[in-house]
Ligand binder design. Structure first.
Ligand code: OAD
Length: 253
């Protein structure tokens, strides 16, 4: 980890690209890692975040998401979220691009978080496009049997009869334009891109490291499984807990 720490100490414009792997340390499963959501025997796994399936049968999403999304207060930011906040505080990290929808970077106190796969903080009706905030969705769930009923006996509906969908980017939908544009700028300007806990299998997010490389920046990847970008990385590491404790040890004031 020494070359990563030295590079960060000399960096003036580091950026992090984070994925579901950083939240496994908080107890939230990832998608493609060992024991991830997509590697389980759940036959509906690939349909959970698919817009065509959502419109056909929203219970697939709501059943899977009841613990992942609507029970988020049960999870707290983990060591990587906290380590990135430390790097922001000392002025090394200039931005965080996340594919995660758990809002844990913000809860760790980070600002400049670019959520390229959207967020459940807003839900929009599929029929009339009316938007409501996350607290209102939680109230609706509470008033209709609580989390256990979600996706089983209850699906959040708008007054117009349409179904509420979180503003998470599902497969088949475009990325949020503003967030994706900001991510492109951040990745292109980064002198170091820290790629943390992502399989880099989902595009266009997985194309961002290429922008850093083409602009002359360097990649450092920390991920338990190999990725297609490992050969372009200055160094690769496999343990996010070690990464987080090294950052804390070297940069916490
Ligand atoms: P993945 O599940 O594809 O990748 C997470 C990676 O983190 C895996 O390669 C794990 O091996 C690694 N990992 C897990 N815990 C780790 C640890 N403690 N230390 C080191 N590595 C660890 O998640 P993403 O790349 O984020 O899309 O997935 C991208 C997108 O695919 C998600 O945003 C989601 C999904 O479909 C939407 O929700 C729209």
């Amino acid at each position: 980890m020494k070359s990563l720490i030295n590079a960060l100490a000399a960096s003036s414009h580091a950026v992090a690209l984070t994925g579901a792997g950083i939240s496994t340390l908080c107890g939230i499963p990832d998608f493609r890692g060992a024991g991830g959501l997509y590697s389980s025997s759940n036959v509906d796994a690939e349909r959970i975040f698919d817009i065509a399936w959502f419109d056909r049968d929203p219970s697939i999403y709501y059943r899977a998401a009841k613990k992942l999304v609507y029970n988020l207060h049960a999870f707290s930011p983990g060591p990587v979220h906290k380590a990135l906040k430390v790097l922001q505080d000392v002025g090394i990290l200039k931005g965080i691009i996340t594919q995660n929808i758990d809002m844990l970077h913000q809860r760790a106190g980070s600002n400049d978080v670019c959520e390229i796969h959207g967020s459940p903080i807003v839900h929009s009706c599929r029929k009339c496009a009316r938007s409501i905030d996350f607290d209102r969705i939680l109230q609706l769930i509470d008033a209709n049997g609580g989390i256990e009923a979600l996706g089983e006996k209850y699906i959040p509906h708008c007054e117009c009869g349409g179904i509420f969908k979180p503003d998470i980017t599902f497969f088949g939908e475009a990325l949020p334009e503003q967030a994706y544009r900001s991510a492109i700028v951040l990745a292109s300007r980064a002198d170091i891109l820290l790629v943390l806990g992502t399989s880099l299998r989902v595009f266009p997010a997985a194309g961002l490291p290429d922008l850093t490389l083409k602009s002359g920046g360097k990649l450092f990847i920390v991920n338990a499984q190999p990725t297609d970008f490992d050969i372009y990385s200055e160094s690769t590491y496999d343990d996010l807990s070690v990464f987080a404790s090294e950052i804390e040890a070297h940069f916490r004031c």
